[in-house]
Write a protein that binds this ligand. Sequence first.
Ligand code: ATP
Ligand code: TZP
Ligand code: MG
Ligand code: MG
Length: 267
Amino acid sequence: MKAKEVIQLLEEVRKTRPLIHNITNTVVTNFTANGLLSMGVSPVMANAPEEAAEMAKAANALVINIGTLNREQVKAMRMAGIAANEKGIPVVLDPVGAGATAYRTETALALLEELDVALIRANAGEMAALLGESGTVQGVDASGEADNSKIAKEASRRFEAIAAVTGVEDAVAHQGEVFIVQNGHTLLTKVTGTGCLLSSVAASFLTVQHSAGAVAAALAYYGAAAEIAGSLTTREGPGSFQIELLNALHATQEMDLRHYIRVKQES
Ligand code: ATP
Ligand code: TZP
Ligand code: MG
Ligand code: MG
């Protein structure tokens, strides 16, 4: 994938300024909202079953994140998901901690069964857990080495959705297409919520183009922003990196992306 394609999609996202409805966890709510604002889109968080469907109807994409789920929130996820499907906007599922407890795995699988999900974005351990493989999740983090491309292809087939498996290299698979995104920075693993924010960034790109390529572009833009932030803060560490990541999501323009984007396509 050429940097030009990433730039075009990013510019389109910024121009249309989509509203992203997030039903997300209590750890990352503020960081997700600030990250989306930084990149130039509008976030809204709405968790109550009383308003979830109405908010989804007003939005351009819905992100369902099971990081700190409870019964009421799951009810809201279902209602919002059904409303989003009716409206035809993309629904993104981030199955945080799937495999760590049965409740998380079962809830994620039930949502995949009930809703038309456009994108599942997870680390390798979570995605493997959804596929019925165990032993690769520690809390909300992936543990050990994994073949992200293989897992993404399998998940995409099984759940009939775009599947993005992130880690050192990210793999995005759908309908025979596989993108490998090589952008990123190790400090992303030292700040909580970087995966959750990424899921919402990917949802923003899906509002302008429903494709695996658009998801790969979102991941490349995000990874490039992380590299820019990392280059400014390697000596300072995760605290400064978190701030610089927001700055880079905001400031990253054509010239930066031309220099950084590394996306391969598998045949
Ligand atoms: P986890 O809960 O395991 O941290 P996550 O949901 O936070 O997973 P990650 O897999 O950490 O999601 O992906 C978030 C971002 O961090 C992605 O852009 C990914 O490419 C990047 N990333 C993750 N690990 C690394 C790494 N070791 N080196 C470079 N980039 C990484
Ligand atoms: N515990 C429950 S949700 C959450 C933690 C630490 C945040 C996970 O964020 P990410 O983006 O998956 O690292
Ligand atoms: Mg992470
Ligand atoms: Mg995560």
